[in-house]
Design a protein around this ligand. Structure first.
Ligand code: SPV
Ligand code: MN
Length: 626
């Protein structure tokens, strides 16, 4: 018997030892034995795929005070600590072995020192607590896309969330035999005070790319703790790079065109910029809202949702703007709310829900009443801006039939979008794949939001909306995206969208519902149904095509004045953007492919030629070739 098995036999009950030994994977046994020895839990629970085991987490989360039942069946609420409300970018680091270099854009720490530090935090951290060992898989089961994972945690909230967000993995692990090729996550919320992590200054998320292993400690917020979410995305980007596929921060949705046609789109937006609400557009079907894997199969690009649930931002979800989610959030089904305001009747409330909020209740700051301030005298909002809900996609009426398809959905189009107040038009098609990857994806900028700790509203470079999660040098990532179209006869069209464009007086130029029109127009283009107008930045819609879409789908009149304001090409802003982004590549990304600079140079030339002819602001009607 191996040393690992001996230790497991000694520390686990006979039942749980049997469960873990039924998976014949020595590397997994070594990992669990090491974790047990390091964390020193009072007991170990090995989870199978059985409904009883999943129900156990739900119960435990409530018994341990990590979740409280709400007034609707299946609904619970979890709170993270006041200073633990978002992803902690500063304390999320790659463990860098000697001689390797990820470039200065990625946060890292020397590996030996990092492991020593984080393991010192894990030492005996589960004393008196239960260790939960869970198996899940990324992607649909029994598919080329599937990646088996093990999550070790002492938080029933994390395990419960994962049971909603991911497909079960115990049986997958059995099929998988003794292969060492799986992802590993170890998490502890650490010492708790009022059911939230106390030692926030010792919060760490350390990623070991050589070992496909992530450590997360002294934190509860899902983006820092749910291993299969953003922690796995970092591992998957590296794995995909080695194996020739892509792991992206993208939704996947079925866009429903004329005569029953469905075209699948993937869309990359930074956090809190409309990704979930796009994937949930009325009349369309959702495959996923956050993370997609893309592979080439038989000359086609195919994509899957890595998850089966949504961990979405609840702010501004209301009956009018997000009717499908609102319905799920107000009816019996399994939902974990986090960091909302709970009133004395156990009803959840959140900013932008479309009704008046109570003036007191319980929130992420504890007992709350209107006007309450924090240690820095800032007024505490009733619910946090990054408050979330976690639910199962199959519980939604708009769940797409391809959600679990092992072959994935055929990809017809890609959209890149950000929070951009002054540069890009609401929707525009790139001239071709290379332009799309470089001028739309690799040049993406977005204003920061409450989804990460730190100041909001700062314009930030965020290529493909994936910068926070990149685990390979940026130049290589861009080249991988460019190369992905090799051998594909008709690569998907690439579009940019911008829901946040503002006019001269700072007013938003698009309404919330308008995004449906932009996406439906992209669908028409992907299938060659409508023409477009060539501009120096790409291909934009013709007025009459948009007017028809507004009429048919939103029952709204779309004025020429709105069109002109929205689709005026802003030459100085576009030139400034190219300069800003190019400088970042020149200064910080030594492995930038030359084609990026060449493509920027061509884009700049087109903008300058148009500027000489038409001036700084070009009205779309002036670009129609007679
Ligand atoms: C995001 O912030 O992009 C999310 C939520 O999807 S998190 O789990 O924090 O990553
Ligand atoms: Mn996300």
């Amino acid at each position: 018997m191996s040393d690992a098995k001996k230790l497991l036999k000694e520390k686990l009950t006979a039942e749980h030892y049997k469960r873990i030994i039924a998976l014949n994977n020595p590397k997994m046994h070594d990992f669990v034995a090491d974790a047990v020895q390091l964390c020193n839990p009072s007991s170990v629970f090995v989870c199978t795929d059985s409904p009883d085991d999943i129900a156990y987490f739900r119960r435990l989360a409530i018994e341990a005070g990590e979740e409280r039942p709400l007034n609707i069946k299946g609904h619970t609420c979890h709170f993270d600590g006041y200073y633990d409300q978002a992803r902690d970018k500063a304390r999320t680091k790659y463990l860098l072995p000697p001689g390797s270099d990820l470039g200065e854009s990625l946060n890292s720490i020397e590996k030996t020192a990092g492991i020593e530090e984080v393991r010192s935090f894990f030492k005996d951290i589960m004393t008196g607590r239960q260790m939960l060992i869970c198996f899940w898989c990324l992607g649909p089961p029994d598919s080329d896309f599937t990646i088996p994972c093990i999550q070790i945690t002492d938080s029933p909230y994390v395990a419960h969330s994962e049971s909603i967000l991911y497909r079960p993995g115990y049986e997958q692990f059995k099929k998988f035999g003794s292969s060492p090729d799986f992802f590993r996550f170890i998490h502890s919320e650490g010492e708790l005070e009022n059911a939230v992590s106390k030692n926030i200054e010792k919060r760490r998320v350390y990623i070991d790319l050589e070992e496909n292993l992530v450590y997360s400690v002294n934190t509860q917020y899902g983006g820092n703790t749910i291993g299969l979410k953003k922690l796995s995305l970092r591992l998957a980007i590296q794995k995909g790079s080695a194996e020739g596929w892509l792991a992206e921060h993208m939704f996947v949705m079925g866009v429903h065109g004329p005569a029953g046609r469905v075209t699948y789109f993937a869309g990359a937006f930074p956090s809190a910029c409309g990704k979930t609400s796009t994937s949930m557009l009325p009349g369309q079907t959702i495959v996923g809202d956050d993370i997609a894997y893309l592979r080439r199969k038989q000359g086609q690009m195919r994509c899957v949702n890595v998850e089966k649930g949504i961990f979405g931002i609840i702010r501004d979800v209301n009956a009018e703007d997000d009717p499908i989610i609102y319905q799920a959030l107000t009816n019996p089904c399994e939902v974990i709310f986090s960091n909302v305001l709970v009133d004395s009747n156990n009803k959840p409330h959140w900013l932008g829900m479309g009704s008046e909020l109570p003036t007191e209740g319980t929130n992420h700051s504890g007992q709350w009443q209107k006007g309450k301030t924090d240690a820095k005298s800032n007024e505490i909002t009733p619910s946090h801006k990054n408050a979330r809900y976690c639910l199962n996609i199959p519980d939604l009426d708009n769940c797409d039939p391809l959600l679990d398809d092992p072959e994935g959905a055929p990809l017809g189009g890609i959209v890149y979008g950000g929070r951009d107040s002054d540069t890009w038009v609401p929707v525009e098609q790139a001239f071709n794949w290379t332009e799309g990857i470089i001028i739309k994806g690799a040049a993406l900028e977005s204003e920061t939001t409450s989804a990460t700790l730190g100041q909001e509203g700062v314009r930030t470079f965020n290529l493909m909306s994936n910068l926070d999660f990149l685990s390979i040098p940026l130049g290589r990532y861009i080249q991988n995206n460019l190369d992905f179209a090799k051998g594909i006869d008709n690569p998907p069209l690439i579009f940019s969208v911008n829901y946040f464009l503002r006019g001269k007086d700072g007013e938003y130029l698009n309404g919330m519902a308008d995004k449906k029109v932009w996406i439906l127009w992209a669908e028409l283009r992907a299938d060659g149904d409508v023409d477009a107008i060539k501009t120096p930045t790409g291909l934009i819609p013709k007025y009459e095509d948009l007017a028809k879409l507004f009429k048919d789908h939103l029952n709204a009149e779309y004025s020429q004045a709105d069109y002109v304001q929205q689709f005026t090409i802003r030459i100085p802003e576009n030139l400034a953007k190219l300069d800003r982004v190019e400088k970042i590549y020149k200064d910080k990304v030594p492995d930038t492919p030359q084609i990026l600079y060449d493509t920027f140079a061509e884009a700049r030339k087109r903008l300058k030629t148009a500027q000489d002819k038409h001036g700084d602001y070009i009205l779309p009607f002036d670009l129609i070739t007679k």
